[in-house]
Design a protein around this ligand. Structure first.
Ligand SMILES: *[C@@H]1O[C@H](CO)[C@@H](O)[C@H](O)[C@H]1NC(C)=O
Ligand SMILES: *[C@@H]1O[C@H](CO)[C@@H](O)[C@H](O)[C@H]1NC(C)=O
Ligand SMILES: *[C@@H]1O[C@H](CO)[C@@H](O)[C@H](O)[C@H]1NC(C)=O
Ligand SMILES: *[C@@H]1O[C@H](CO)[C@@H](O)[C@H](O)[C@H]1NC(C)=O
Length: 328
């Protein structure tokens, strides 16, 4: 049982949009909340990296009220947003624990005890990432907003959990050798966090294979099952449930071509596109067939630099015309 300091109660009361449960967690561990803020930035930057050049590019969903709901329909983009926020939270809290920045956690000492005896020449040591604290805190904190008990809440909870599990699944074992002249007579190993890019890459694959689900109400209450393909003839007997590490969505995505705030779509007019590629950032796809404007620019840079004795460098100025394209 920890006592909440008066200062942390004040701090937590100043953060807008916290639910009572979140406020309580914040007061118990304000340093974990600092890490959550860092996790939020981690998630948002990775989301923008993964969706760079796409019509939906993950910019508008990260609002100031950082611990609140994301304001878009239950699309796969919303699914990705929840999963990566949750993964960012787990990652940042766990990293912060290992650095000793959170008073309630540190390195995972269970790992050392569990494996030390199996093999004398190989033992756990150093600082193993204490993923369980990060998972638990992120779950308690982020899941606390999903109180509606409706299908959308279930979707968010599922995607939050998928994000947490993906980080855990990507934990790596790193080892260091000790022994005379670099021999590996003795090894120390520890669990470490993956770079967050690896988490983003896996989540992007999950996004591409996201499951379209629907709610059902049975004796166990409301839950989500995988929606049957509309043309499918064979009817599976049992409803199929999504796997834990799959991400799920309830509504098909809008095409994100036109601005529509109720759908979370900013539209693509004015976006830079690439005329020569066929990919997502190509003008055809990004501009939704509306065409593009061509901008002529004169780019100058230093060139033909020569070193002169002694001691300066002389350069010419080169220039060329370049073209840029923006969607109409
Ligand atoms: C973690 O602690 C270090 C010093 O130990 C400090 O410089 C850093 O700002 C802290 N980071 C967070 C996120 O609290
Ligand atoms: C993302 O999309 C928005 C709206 O379409 C646009 O304003 C912004 O510049 C885009 N960001 C990047 C990095 O392309
Ligand atoms: C457009 O795509 C091509 C091929 O990937 C690339 O070489 C070029 O630099 C891109 N142009 C811009 C303006 O990004
Ligand atoms: C670009 O601008 C520079 C000076 O700003 C000028 O000397 C040059 O001729 C221009 N190049 C083109 C291709 O317009």
């Amino acid at each position: 049982m920890h006592v909440c300091s008066f200062a942390s109660v004040i701090l937590c009361s100043r953060i807008p949009g916290l639910t009572p449960t979140q406020r309580q967690l914040c007061a118990e561990s304000p340093d974990a909340l600092v890490a959550l803020g860092a996790g939020h930035i981690l998630g948002s930057q990775e989301c923008q990296f993964q969706f760079k050049g796409h019509r939906w590019n993950c910019t508008q969903v990260w609002r100031k009220d950082i611990f609140g709901h994301v304001v878009i329909v239950g699309s796969r983009e919303a699914a990705f947003t929840y999963a990566i926020s949750s993964a960012g939270a787990v990652h940042a809290i766990t990293a912060s624990c290992a650095r000793g920045n959170i008073s309630l956690c540190g390195c995972d000492s269970m790992q050392k005890l569990a494996y030390q005896e199996q093999n004398q020449a190989w033992k756990w040591g150093g600082c193993s990432a204490d993923i369980s604290f990060g998972m638990k805190f992120a779950r308690k904190f982020l899941d606390a907003r999903e109180i509606e008990g409706d299908a959308r809440s279930l979707m968010n909870l599922h995607n939050n959990r998928a994000g947490r599990k993906i980080v855990k699944n990507l934990l790596r074992t790193d080892c260091k050798c000790h022994g005379v002249s670099g021999s590996c007579a003795m090894k120390t190993c520890w669990k470490s966090l993956p770079p967050f890019r690896a988490v983003g890459d896996v989540l992007m694959k999950k996004y591409n294979r996201a499951r379209y689900v629907q709610p059902i109400n049975d004796k166990n209450g409301l839950s989500l099952i995988i929606r049957k393909k509309s043309r499918s003839v064979v009817k599976p007997k049992k409803p199929q449930r999504p796997k834990r590490m799959e991400i799920v969505y309830l509504q098909p995505s809008p095409n994100y071509c036109e601005k529509d705030h109720s759908l979370g779509s900013l539209g693509t007019d004015g976006r830079y596109c690439n005329r020569t590629v066929n990919g997502v950032n190509g003008c055809d796809l990004l501009c939704c067939g509306r065409g593009y404007n061509t901008h002529q620019l004169n780019r100058t840079w230093q060139c033909r630099c020569k070193f002169q004795w002694c001691c300066n460098v002389q350069c010419d100025t080169c220039s060329s015309r370049i073209e840029e394209y923006t969607c109409k």
